[in-house]
Design a protein around this ligand. Structure first.
Ligand code: AMP
Ligand code: MG
Length: 334
């Protein structure tokens, strides 16, 4: 029997499939792209409701399956936006009841780690998890994924999206910032930080991005070229993340670094991680981009792993948890 994974923590509704042996297949995904403004939780939830039926059909037909082939339903139980999480959980409850199959609520952040481990074949990495709402440096210690450092304010992706939005670039802004920064680097091989300095986001093992955002907006207001500011912004905030990740490697003695989350699609960040790891004889891994962004497949995979270890979620315990922490989920499967 197959496992269906449902992702709905924020901007994206996504269904992914895991075959009976635990092999993942690409997800069917729909992401809300507001014409203006940021992601409104209620509007995102409405988007998910409207998209659900067709998306589920597309996911099943992508593997020539019908509903009777599904033996378990996994869904994101948290963390995330309440209205969005509730849509995923409701779909999971409905399908589990109708088809009389077990349901498993999983931790979204942990799912990013497990799909990365599975895809990259690494064993015990430090995870640099850089997404819209989350920015964390994570490592497995004593049976749980511990957060060794994290953002004290907004997620790095959120910061990039907000900066982009102020320049009239719609969500998601991260990929556009990447292109503009690369253009600046190409056209200015000797690019340097003169006049483009920004605050540095490291606070001990933690990070902070709202001050960098304000300062970057001010550079543009003061007439610096947008491409140059994008370049400087990336250099500053990615360096900060890589510095904390390196310190996590040093403290834990681990030798693998794994990227996860939507911002891990970024080529410059991937390169910085590789350079840092080369210098300390560690190895840097990044999953395929379709498994960096939020996707149902990673939810299905973690659900499959947990079910193999005998965990199921009863209806009475299926409520969502907006504030679920990475270190609240015991690792019973590894
Ligand atoms: P997630 O929340 O994990 O689904 O990731 C979404 C976030 O990833 C958004 O903030 C995007 O702007 C960001 N993102 C996606 N692709 C890139 C990229 N190539 N460079 C930087 N950020 C990106
Ligand atoms: Mg995510």
């Amino acid at each position: 029997m197959w496992t269906l994974g449902i992702e709905s923590t924020a901007h994206t509704l996504s269904f992914g499939l895991i075959d009976p042996d635990g092999k993942p297949f690409p997800s069917s995904t729909s992401t809300i792209r507001p014409e203006k403004g940021g992601i409104h939780p209620r509007e995102a939830a409405d988007h998910h409701k409207a998209a659900a039926a067709d998306l589920l059909k597309a996911a099943l037909s992508s593997q020539s399956l019908n509903a009777n082939d599904i033996g378990a339903i996994a869904y994101s139980q948290g963390p995330g936006l309440g209205p969005c999480l509730r849509v995923g959980a409701s779909i999971a409850r409905g399908l589990a009841a109708k088809f009389d199959v077990p349901m498993i609520g999983v931790n979204h952040c942990v799912a990013h780690i497990e799909i990365g481990r599975q895809q990259c074949g690494c064993d015990d990495p430090v995870l640099l998890y850089v997404s819209g709402g989350n920015t964390q440096v994570i490592a497995r210690l004593e049976g749980k994924y511990r957060v060794l450092g994290e953002t004290l304010d907004i997620g790095i992706g959120n910061m990039l999206d907000k900066f982009a939005r102020a320049q009239g670039i719609p969500f998601p802004g991260g990929p556009v910032i990447e292109k503009l920064a690369a253009k600046w680097q190409d056209e200015n091989p000797d690019a340097n930080m003169n006049g483009l300095e920004l605050p540095y986001a490291v606070r001990g093992m933690d990070l902070a991005f709202s001050g960098v955002l304000t300062a970057a907006l001010r550079l543009v207001e003061n007439g610096k070229p947008l491409e140059a500011v994008c370049w400087s912004l990336q250099e500053h905030v990615f360096s900060a993340c890589v510095e904390v990740a390196e310190r996590a490697l040093a403290h834990t003695g681990k030798t693998e670094l794994l990227l996860g989350g939507g911002v891990a699609c970024n080529n410059r960040l991937r390169t910085m991680c590789e350079l840092m790891c080369e210098e300390r004889q560690a190895k840097s891994y990044a999953p395929p981009r379709m498994y960096c962004i939020d996707n149902g497949t990673m939810i299905g995979l973690l659900g499959w792993l947990e079910l193999q270890s005998g965990r199921v979620t009863e209806f009475d315990n299926s409520a969502i948890d907006q504030y679920l922490r990475t270190d609240q989920t015991p690792i019973i499967w590894a």
